[in-house]
Design a protein around this ligand. Structure first.
Ligand SMILES: O=P(O)(O)OC[C@H]1O[C@](O)(COP(=O)(O)O)[C@@H](O)[C@@H]1O
Ligand SMILES: [Mn+2]
Length: 629
């Protein structure tokens, strides 16, 4: 008969088993973290990187199969893991002999199970189970547990595999195992800013994260702020965003992904502007229709002029932003064909100032106002945009401290001597960490209370996009006006904040680490600046600062970098340029061009040494207290 006493014992045993499991987890090797940045809406490339475990899968394949598979076959196995459906289709087309095909299936099963066993090693069973499609868990669990060194077990294993084939589950099983390997190859993914920008599908990047990835975080970039700011009602963020969409032939994204109807804007633009060479979309023009080219061109002009008008108003409203050098429309000559800057006249190339009233150049005309009100209301009310922007907010931050490292997109604004710059606002000075915290509070407040008025929050969000002391922008000015209209390299130049030069100095890295409370062993990981190349790897101050910029889609086929941090240390990977999905499949290309060890741990790091370890230790302490109650 059961009594109260037996229940208490059982309960205590349950608590004890939990403690035992958690304590065992503490000793597992630390999971691999991947750092990627500057996705810029390039979904195919992003998905390519994610499928390859940010470069980690081919590394693991070579760890398991060196000496067993030729490098080219290792590469084939990696590609099968990245793109199982596509490779299966291609293989079935290529191999027509039935026995040969069966052999291919058998080899693939065996190799995939071996790989899964290897990547699953670092995780408790519950996490491995989560990574596998539920209907395949039972079979997979059996296959993972079998030690094929024993003859009986080998037969059992072979029996399982041939039943999978006989029951026509082979393809689905291969796909499920490959996806599980993709997920387990990386424990946590950090996206160090700029998911949004010129690429055509930032929305798919967000959907991918929503649907596939449990463990990730985002550090916002300046482009992300444009999108979150637009949802919060900032017309300036919205105009910059629309201008960039038109510049990269991406206006359809607004309608397709976010239900924003651009008709009013397109009508105004086509009515008031004619195509000009400096506003042609920055894409391969042979790939788009003449109609779209004209629309992109005219919308870009309409958005640019409205942007300069509203910027003028904001700059005058906020003298504390110190942006008077960004006022241009009041400096145009009477015929609008030249401009006087610092006492010198410059000719204007391809001006489009027909809606600029010389008597009041920053005034928005009535038709422009109608378009602005229509659009900003749509941005505020788009339910899909709200969903994605709150997702960005909930999983993101201005900076993150994780496992002893500091992550942010841009910089900590500094002067030439390496002193953090003070930003004076609301009668207070903010600098260093406080400055970033301040911007985060403003962003949260703005998103919680969207408003279309010219309010303080909206102005600050626009400053975060392009202001000289913005930690996300990190340059002295954004020379959009000069780059469209004035053919003068000196005027067009944007100078990086001294932070970037100082990154090479160890004392400066230590200063930033101190400011954010990062310990001796920690690293600073940043995105944003696409300057680094193969020769000039972006590892600075003896590895204390690392840049992981991923290059930009539609501009240059620059592969960019990712960083991996596993139980053995840190490795920077230079990625191969991503041309297209079909090219990657055809060439059976690895993603990695070059590996560079940033740091090797003397002792292998385990879960106990991580933030997750701290949480587990707390859980153990709580359970132990319960036990003693
Ligand atoms: O390549 P484009 O379209 O001319 O854009 C250049 C603009 O983008 C910026 O580089 C900002 O974007 P990033 O954050 O991607 O660097 C500006 O500094 C610059 O004016
Ligand atoms: Mn950026």
């Amino acid at each position: 008969m059961r009594n109260k006493f037996t229940n208490v014992i059982e309960n205590k045993n349950e608590i004890k088993s939990k403690i035992i499991n958690l304590s065992a987890t503490l000793n597992l090797p630390k999971g691999t973290e991947a750092f990627i940045s500057d996705v810029h809406g390039g979904y195919d490339r992003f998905s390519h990187i994610m499928r390859s475990g940010a470069g980690n899968i081919s590394k693991k394949v070579s760890e398991v199969f060196s000496g067993k598979l030729m490098p080219v076959n290792q590469m084939k196995l990696s590609c099968l893991i990245y793109y199982p459906s596509e490779v299966l289709k291609e293989t079935k087309n290529k191999i027509t002999d039935a026995d040969e095909l069966e052999q291919w299936y058998m080899d693939s099963f065996n190799n995939l199970i071996e790989m899964l066993r290897y990547v699953a090693n670092k995780y408790p069973k519950s996490l491995v189970q989560k990574a596998i499609q539920p209907d395949f868990w039972d079979i997979t669990e059996n296959l993972l547990m079998i030690d094929t060194n024993f003859k009986d077990k080998r037969l059992y294993y072979q029996g399982l595999l041939s039943s999978i084939e006989r029951l026509n589950m082979a393809d689905d099983f291969i796909i499920a195992i490959s996806h599980a390997i993709q997920r387990l190859a990386i424990e946590r993914i950090h996206i160090v800013g700029d998911i949004y920008d010129r690429g055509s599908h930032p929305d798919l990047v967000i959907n991918y994260l929503i649907n596939h990835w449990q463990n990730f975080d985002i550090q916002w970039g300046n482009h992300d702020i444009l999108w979150m700011g637009s949802m919060a009602g900032s017309k300036l963020c919205m105009l910059n965003l629309i201008r960039i969409c038109a510049r990269y032939d991406n206006l359809e994204l607004l309608n397709d992904a976010y239900d924003i109807d651009m008709t009013s804007m397109i009508k105004l633009a086509r009515h008031s502007y004619r195509p000009l060479p400096n506003f042609d979309p920055k894409v391969d023009l042979t790939g788009i229709s003449e109609e779209n080219r004209i629309t992109d061109n005219c919308v870009q002009q309409a958005a640019t002029i409205m942007q300069f008008k509203l910027e003028g108003q904001a700059i005058k409203r906020r003298p504390e932003f110190e942006m008077n050098d960004r006022l241009f429309l009041d400096k145009l000559s009477q015929d609008k064909k030249s401009i006087k800057i610092d006492g010198k006249d410059y000719p204007i190339d391809n001006g489009c100032f027909q809606l600029v009233n010389p008597g009041n150049p920053y005034q928005i005309s009535h038709p422009e106002q109608v378009v602005l009100i229509d659009l900003i209301n749509q941005f505020i009310h788009s339910s899909k945009l709200n969903e994605h922007m709150w997702f960005m907010y909930d999983h993101g931050s201005m900076y993150l401290k994780h496992n002893g490292n500091l992550l942010f997109h841009g910089c900590v604004p500094t002067d030439e001597q390496g002193n953090f710059v003070k930003w004076k606002i609301d009668g207070r000075n903010y600098l260093g960490k406080d400055l970033s915290d301040y911007f985060q509070i403003i962003l949260r407040d703005a998103m919680r209370h969207p408003t279309t008025g010219d309010c303080f929050n909206s102005d600050v969000l626009w400053y975060l996009w392009c202001g000289k002391d913005s930690p996300l922008f990190g340059k002295d000015k954004m020379t959009t006006f000069e780059r469209y209209f004035i053919d003068d390299e000196e005027l067009q130049k944007e100078t990086l904040n001294p932070f970037y030069k100082l990154c090479k100095k160890e004392w400066f890295a230590d200063r930033v680490k101190d400011e954010f409370g990062i310990g001796e062993e920690g690293h600073i990981i940043v995105g944003h600046t696409p300057d680094a190349d193969e020769e000039n790897l972006p590892i600075m101050s003896k590895g204390k600062i690392i840049q992981v910029n991923g290059g930009r889609p539609k501009m240059e086929h620059n592969g960019g970098f990712t960083l991996l941090y596993d139980s053995y240390g840190m490795q920077l990977l230079k990625l191969k340029p991503f041309i297209s999905l079909s090219t990657s499949l055809k060439d059976l290309n690895d993603v990695i061009l070059k590996r560079k060890i940033v740091e090797n741990s003397i002792e292998r790091k385990v879960v106990m040494d991580t933030d997750r370890g701290d949480k587990i230790k707390q859980q153990i302490a709580d359970l132990s207290a319960e036990l003693n109650d």
